[in-house]
Write a protein that binds this ligand. Structure first.
Ligand code: AHR
Ligand code: AHR
Length: 505
């Protein structure tokens, strides 16, 4: 049997893990909002039109912060359209994503990914949802077709009226402003100057609200540096977005060995966009800068069809877990993270008219949200490594942008966290071997408290491509087994292509 070992340094803190790293994102895109979160008239909806089954599934993720209303959608969104009596709200036949999909030469997807906008779900509905979930609202303001005044009025509507369901804690100014697809695209310097105007108007309304500025990967050379030079350290956060493969729509994901390796190793390629922004902050503001990073869109995104409905199999579950580990490695500077997105559109939760199912992505997210403790510890792994050829069968022009040939990837990937008092320990473990179980020995060094009980919570299946669906909503589920604790290293057997968390208390 394959063997590997993990050494956890209970006395060496890597950094504090902010609860915001398990955030979520919902956008007016595909069926994320309409037909997902909100479906008035459905037998599954409550009196506000929220899908009760979706809300229950959202509760399971213990969402700490939720971003809304986009994404690209937000750079064309006028918030006044979505407040006031429902029958007075304007209806639009098209929105950003309708045009975008037509522009991408996918006319059949245009009305599905960019459905008509009824504005039935707007600010009050969003804030009510956040209040019910107990999460902090993160509003993405319109920098594309909006103004600082409109943005400030929106914040006042949320934070200065006593009847507001929930106060907004964080606002982002624009989205992916560097991209040729984005409404309001401009250079980093120009955006930095716009940011200052928005910041001034917003802080007059609420000096407490945290501000987020858009950052860009190195592919958009100099954008982040230009923005930081123009705006200085006036923001609380700079954002990074990253999808794998980096260009959606190259081809569908395949259930074969090559795509298994590409997906399970993708977290190492994905996280480069975060490192690009951290480097830009270091270069312009200095490594001691208090400006933090918000990794507020990340995911696996292969085909444009995935924006209507998608599914995440066990192999994708290994991708989500691996990305959480890369996020843990970057705390405390990386303070916010969210998968794009939560429901239907690239969603962890998938619905149809009469039911829903939870994808492997959801199950891994819930496992990590439940078990990750606030103190990230140093740990190291001793075991075999491998090289990955990356995403295959794409045009050469795309190949150059993907840059995902990776070497020295460990088959066993581990991350360790502890409670504040050190009494609880969680070691998350990914076995990337495609068809081999792995015997792992785990040694905890530097701890003064011996655990009295242990349990192993695992997501596994015979095939790495196993998945839940509407007909088999519980084919994949987290299984729990007790682990006996005693003197010396613990020995565990991890199934092939699996994700586990060892919890010691
Ligand atoms: O998450 C889907 C879309 O991807 C968002 O609207 C955009 O910000 C990103 O490119
Ligand atoms: O056209 C939409 C944009 O295309 C997405 O937001 C971006 O991620 C993609 O490259």
């Amino acid at each position: 049997m394959k063997r590997a070992s993990v050494r956890v340094r209970a006395d060496r803190e890597r950094g504090r893990i902010h609860r915001y790293i398990y955030g979520q994102f919902i956008e007016h895109m595909g069926r994320c909002i309409y037909g997902g979160v909100s479906e008035p008239g459905s037998p599954l909806a409550d009196r506000r039109g929220f899908r009760r089954d979706v809300i229950e599934a959202m509760h399971g993720l213990r969402i700490p912060i939720m971003r809304y209303p986009g994404g690209c959608f937000s750079d064309e969104y006028h918030w006044r359209d979505g407040v006031g009596p429902l029958d007075k709200r304007p209806r639009y036949a098209e929105q950003f994503w309708t045009r975008a999909l037509r522009g991408l030469n996918r006319p059949h997807l245009a009305p599905l990914v960019g459905p008509p906008e009824t504005n039935a779900f707007g600010t009050d509905e969003y804030l009510t949802l956040c209040a019910e979930l107990g999460c902090d609202p993160y509003l993405n303001l319109n920098h594309g077709t909006g103004t600082p005044e409109e943005a400030a009025d929106w914040l006042a509507y949320c934070n200065k009226r006593p009847e507001s369901p929930k106060k907004v804690t964080l606002v982002g100014i624009g989205n992916e402003v560097y991209g040729p697809w984005e409404t309001g695209r401009c250079s980093g310097e120009e955006y930095g100057r716009h940011f200052l105007r928005y910041a001034e108007a917003i802080r007059k309304v609420d000096p407490e609200v945290k501000l987020l500025a858009v950052g860009a990967p190195k592919m958009f050379a100099g954008f982040t540096e230009g923005m930081l030079k123009a705006a200085g350290p006036t923001m609380d956060y700079v954002s990074a977005h990253s999808f794998y493969p980096p260009i959606p729509g190259t081809r569908k994901l395949r259930n074969d060995e090559a795509d298994y390796w590409a997906v399970v190793t993708a977290p190492y390629a994905l996280i480069r966009n975060v490192d690009d922004v951290l480097e830009a902050i270091d270069a312009v503001l200095g490594p001691g800068s208090p400006v933090r990073l918000s990794f507020d869109e990340w995911n696996l995104w292969c085909d444009w069809d995935d924006c209507y409905a998608t599914n995440y199999d066990l192999r994708a579950g290994l991708f989500f877990a691996g990305t959480f580990h890369r996020i843990h490695e970057r705390v405390p500077r990386l303070e916010i993270a969210m998968i794009a997105q939560l429901v239907n559109m690239l969603g962890l939760i998938q619905t149809n008219e009469s039911s829903l199912f939870l994808t492997a992505g959801y199950l891994v997210n819930r496992l990590y949200a439940e078990e990750t403790r606030p103190v990230c510890l140093e740990s190291d792994v001793d075991g075999e490594t491998f090289d990955s050829p990356g995403w295959r069968d794409v045009p050469d022009s795309v190949r150059a942008l993907i840059n995902d040939r990776l070497s020295g990837i460990p088959y066993l990937d581990a991350s360790a966290t502890a409670s504040e008092d050190g009494g609880e320990l969680a070691v998350s473990l990914i076995n990337r071997y495609l068809d081999q179980p792995l015997e792992v020995s785990i040694a905890v060094e530097g701890s003064t408290q011996a655990p009295s009980s242990g349990r192993l919570r695992t997501l596994a299946a015979d095939s790495p491509f196993a998945h839940n669906d509407f007909d088999h909503p519980r084919r994949l589920a987290i299984q729990q087994t007790p682990v006996s604790t005693g003197d010396g290293p613990l020995r565990l057997e991890l199934p092939p292509h699996s994700v586990s968390v060892l919890v010691l208390t």
